[in-house]
Write a protein that binds this ligand. Structure first.
Ligand SMILES: N[C@@H](CCC(=O)N[C@@H](CS)C(=O)NCC(=O)O)C(=O)O
Length: 230
């Protein structure tokens, strides 16, 4: 296999998804960390959205964490992180999409919003999404803690990083992971024990500091702008 390089940043939850996949699939790769506040010129040239993660595989440039993760899953021969049946694979992609289009944008909106009345509505929406995930999504977990029971999948990996950062919402916005989201809580504890997650994880204090500019409305990066409009 040609040389694989992942352009990443330690703070980035989306890059963390791809780092977990690389670790799970035991891919030999080079990690290139960049400072998102001072993006190198070479990065701006190769990254169409000016965002990490970007995967370089030989001459190919692949971006968007969900796309990178499926690509990595397909080019590596070890156990797949997607189920074998097309129907179950479709189900996995639906929930990865749910994370990308519902949970992730609300996470940032709650944090970026400076108006307390709107914050309240956004927090309510987040709780609705969490209950939907708990009741409609985590339905296969009777045989194990992960999305598809015993085996880890790309759904778990897509969801995990923003749950690792949930304390940021508690700290800045008083939003807690609801106690009745029992399946999510059990799943989160199991995820935190995985070696691939431990290698890429940071603690609450790290994340709280990393999101300070979002919480005080001074973040000026591409992600903050995109999420305001999402
Ligand atoms: N949808 C993208 C999101 C990637 C993203 O937003 N990355 C952030 C870091 S967490 C970034 O590079 N932002 C650049 C900036 O804010 O200027 C993915 O899944 O890869």
């Amino acid at each position: 296999m040609s040389q694989i390089q992942l352009i990443s940043s330690a703070v980035c939850p989306f890059a963390q998804r791809s780092r977990i996949v690389l670790a799970e699939k035991r891919v030999d790769f080079e990690l290139i960390e960049i400072d998102l506040h001072q993006k190198p010129k070479w990065f701006e040239k190769i990254s169409p959205y000016s965002k990490v993660p970007v995967l370089l595989h030989g001459d190919a440039v692949i971006y968007e964490s969900s796309v990178i993760n499926e690509y990595l899953d397909e080019i590596t021969s070890s156990h797949s992180l997607l189920p074998s049946s097309p129907l179950e694979r479709a189900g996995a992609r639906i929930w990865i999409d749910f994370d990308n289009t519902k949970i992730t944008p609300i996470f940032y909106k709650v944090l970026l919003c400076q108006d307390e009345i709107v914050q309240k509505q956004l927090k309510k929406q987040m709780i609705e999404h969490l209950h939907f995930l708990e009741h409609e999504g985590f339905s296969n977990t009777d045989s194990g803690p992960f999305w598809f029971g015993r085996s880890l999948s790309l759904v778990d990996i897509a969801l995990y990083p923003h749950f690792e950062r949930f304390e940021v919402l508690t700290h800045y916005r008083g939003l807690e992971l609801p106690t009745d989201c029992k399946k999510i809580r059990t799943w989160l504890s199991a995820m935190k024990e995985l070696p691939s997650v431990r290698q890429t994880a940071n603690d609450d204090a790290y994340h709280i500091a990393a999101y300070e500019t979002y919480a005080y409305g001074t973040a000026s990066g591409t992600t903050a702008k995109d999420m305001q409009m999402a």
